[in-house]
Design a protein around this ligand. Structure first.
Ligand SMILES: Nc1ncnc2c1ncn2[C@@H]1O[C@H](COP(=O)(O)OP(=O)(O)OP(=O)(O)O)[C@@H](O)[C@H]1O
Ligand SMILES: [Mg+2]
Length: 303
């Protein structure tokens, strides 16, 4: 174990230390490559595992990871539902769906007893991946839900009728720890925390893990952290490498071995309205989300 260094101080290789380390196999974050099993095809579908992609910090890659992990899971034969649970509707827009023109969205499913999720769910351009869209209407739900009985369970209740149809339901959370996010955590089995590999990345994590603990104690005892996902990693900068090393030091095996690198391909996919797995099939970004999908399947014991 090396002693912790202040941020920004370069890691100097110590010739006495790590003499046996094969640096060729070292992965971002200083860990060794670990083979991830190839998942087996499914013989039947459902019930879905519900994963919330959550971080109250904005712009860390929640929506990008929801779209691309979802698309990658379909390549392994899994049926996927993406739930846009952010009034910004970026997930819907990122899949080329003009959410502001939709009459019915997740807002109706959450707020109206008569509206069923399967009536609002729409197909995406990816075979096997469907979407529960959202738009700005959802912002009203946060206010209206406050006076409801069982207000934290509203999303979970709305998803229950479709659980058996899918293998994975991925919920894209908004960047806050308000009532919508609490609903997502109450509906979820596991949380994936995308974390941008930059200086302030670790700041909000204590607050987020504290919130997850409270939800586990009070609302949803089955909730667990599936993993922390390093995003926007730039191996050319010492800073990015240092941050990831810190995250691995702090959270150990909770950090996914897969790390998503920074590339302009991701903003391009948003404009194209499709996942990177179809937009740039053989790009390193597409490969990274496929590897993440395999890691997620392995961590969910779905091999
Ligand atoms: N690995 C990456 N490399 C480069 N750009 C990326 C990467 N991942 C995401 N982006 C871009 O960064 C921006 C923010 O990403 P994204 O919308 O996925 O984050 P978010 O956490 O969902 O944001 P918000 O908190 O606002 O919902 C987007 O423009 C996206 O295209
Ligand atoms: Mg988002």
């Amino acid at each position: 174990m090396s002693t912790p260094r202040p941020m920004g101080v370069p890691a100097r290789p110590n010739p006495d230390e790590d003499a046996d380390v094969d640096y060729a196999t070292l992965r971002p974050g200083g860990r060794h490559h670990r083979p991830i099993p190839e998942p087996s095809p499914l013989t039947r579908h459902g019930p879905a595992r519900v994963l919330a992609l959550c971080n109250q910090k904005g712009g860390v890659g929640k929506t990008t990871s929801t779209i691309n992990l979802g698309a990658a899971l379909t390549e392994y034969g899994r049926r996927v539902l993406l739930v846009d649970f952010d009034p910004q509707g970026a997930l819907s827009v990122g899949l080329g769906i003009p959410a502001h023109q939709l009459d019915r969205t997740i807002y109706n499913v959450v707020m109206e007893r008569a509206a069923r999720a399967d009536e609002v769910i729409i197909k995406t351009s990816v075979d096997g991946m469907e979407l529960l869209p959202s738009n700005i209407d959802l912002s009203a739900a946060e206010v209206q839900l406050v006076t409801e009985v069982g207000r934290e369970h509203t999303l979970g209740r709305a998803l229950r009728p479709v659980l058996n149809y899918y293998d994975y339901i991925l919920i894209d959370c908004q960047p806050s720890l308000g009532l919508l996010t609490i609903n997502a955590l109450t509906a979820a089995d596991k949380v994936i925390m995308p974390l941008e590999c930059e200086f302030f990345a670790l700041r909000g994590i204590a607050l987020l893990t504290d919130t997850i603990t409270k939800v586990t104690d009070r609302l949803n005892p089955r909730l667990e952290i599936l993993g922390i996902l390093g995003t926007m990693y730039d191996p050319r900068t010492l800073h990015s490498r240092e941050v990831l090393e810190r995250v691995v030091q702090a959270f150990g095996d909770r950090v996914f071995h897969t790390v998503i690198r920074r590339t302009v391909k991701f903003p391009e996919t948003t404009v194209a309205g499709e996942p990177i797995t179809t937009y740039a099939t053989t790009s390193p970004g597409a490969t990274a989300y496929r590897t993440l999908a395999r890691e997620v399947l392995a961590r969910c014991h779905d091999e």
